[in-house]
Write a protein that binds this ligand. Structure first.
Ligand code: KG4
Ligand code: ZN
Length: 340
């Protein structure tokens, strides 16, 4: 079965063709980073307009690279939510039209389910059940993943997502957008312990998290910098911030594994690309005999491949969802996928 995946929920247009017969995957991506950089963040209207421009050429590129005609597509999977309403509408409108033209079914995919299942595309892949640490720009969640479609929320951020905190910290340190990788790089030059920032809720006894207080602590530290502060002082703030986020995410992941009695942690979403987080999780979970899994490197951030794969899993391994028209869901609960 060949599934065409379409992702347009935020600032990346992604298209992919997944072929279940041989597991092959061809994907193409257009990042809007250059478009939004001048504004310091994603401008929804510009994002939607750019998705319109990019989608068809990306589909053509993917089909050419896969050396397949349009008729080889058996089903179309598209991100229906959560995300920016206008951006989702572009992808869903496009997918619905393509489905009509090719007489193929169109499957609505939850963006976070795409992230969550993407480590199954890596080798080695985890086996169900596992705990998933989902750390993207908008979400920081711990989930008990029993089987495809069976997700139980263990813990959530009560305010900002970890990725959002990375992006805001980058802005405060003058590193621009997108911020995560830049903060991570700068932190590598900082001195451990030169500055200590709070680790919110680390001992709260629940698996919930909070990152807005940490963001405020960064702001306070930045305001204390002298006008002529050296790059080293900025690097120390970045280091203190990264150490705090990584400590919280590592501690909560360990607690989630202990509570569920599981030994496999799957890390998905953009922040999962962070080298400091990877080293910390590897050390802590490896020391307890557990294993950490990630998606293939280029599939950590948003892409069409994870949507194609999640679409394939949905239509082959789950009971068919009640037939209903394709609907955009800017807010959509991952743990109640069949609900409105
Ligand atoms: O999953 P993703 O691509 O998009 C969403 O679904 O939100 O995640 C984007 C987030 C951004 O906040 C970005 O700053 C963060 O992932 N990110 C990173 C790194 N690469 C991306 N954060 C920390 N370190 C990184 N290397
Ligand atoms: Zn994402």
């Amino acid at each position: 079965m060949r599934v065409l995946g379409i992702e347009s929920s935020c600032d990346e247009t992604g298209v992919a063709l997944y072929d279940s017969a041989d597991g092959s995957l061809v994907h193409a991506l257009h990042s809007q980073v250059d478009l939004h950089r001048a504004y310091g963040g994603v401008v929804p209207e510009l994002a939607s307009r750019d998705h319109v421009r990019r989608l068809l050429p990306l589909v053509q590129t993917v089909l050419e690279r896969a050396d397949q005609p349009r008729s080889a597509i058996d089903a179309i999977a598209v991100t229906a939510g959560p995300g920016l309403a206008g951006a989702l509408l572009v992808g869903c409108g496009f997918a619905a039209s393509l489905g009509l033209a090719l007489h193929r079914p169109v499957l609505a995919v939850h963006h976070l389910e795409g992230h969550l299942l993407s480590p199954l595309l890596a080798d080695p892949a985890p086996a169900f059940p596992f705990v998933c640490l989902l750390v993207s720009g908008g979400h920081t969640q711990l989930l008990h993943v029993q089987a495809p479609g069976r997700y139980r929320l263990l813990g959530d951020t009560l305010d900002d997502a970890a990725g959002e905190a990375f992006d805001k910290t980058a802005q405060m340190l003058g590193l621009g957008y997108p911020g995560g990788p830049a903060v991570s790089q700068l932190a590598l030059q900082g001195t451990a312990g030169a500055l200590r920032l709070p680790r919110p809720m680390i001992d709260s006894g629940t698996l919930d998290m909070s990152f807005s207080g940490l963001k405020t602590a960064v702001l306070t530290a930045v305001r204390r910098l002298d006008v002529g502060a050296t790059d080293a002082a900025r690097a120390d703030i970045a280091r203190a911030f990264v150490d705090a986020v990584v400590d919280v995410l590592t501690a909560k992941s360990l607690q989630a594994l202990a509570r569920t009695g599981l030994s496999q942690l799957v890390v998905a979403g953009g922040v999962g690309a962070n080298v400091q987080l990877r080293a910390s999780l590897q050390g802590a979970i490896g020391a307890r005999g557990g294993k950490v899994f990630y998606p293939p490197a280029e599939l950590c951030t948003d892409n069409g491949a994870m949507i194609a794969y999640a679409g394939f899993v949905r239509c082959t391994q789950l009971a068919p969802a009640p037939a209903e028209p394709l609907r955009v869901r800017p807010r959509w609960d991952l743990c109640n996928l069949q609900q409105a």
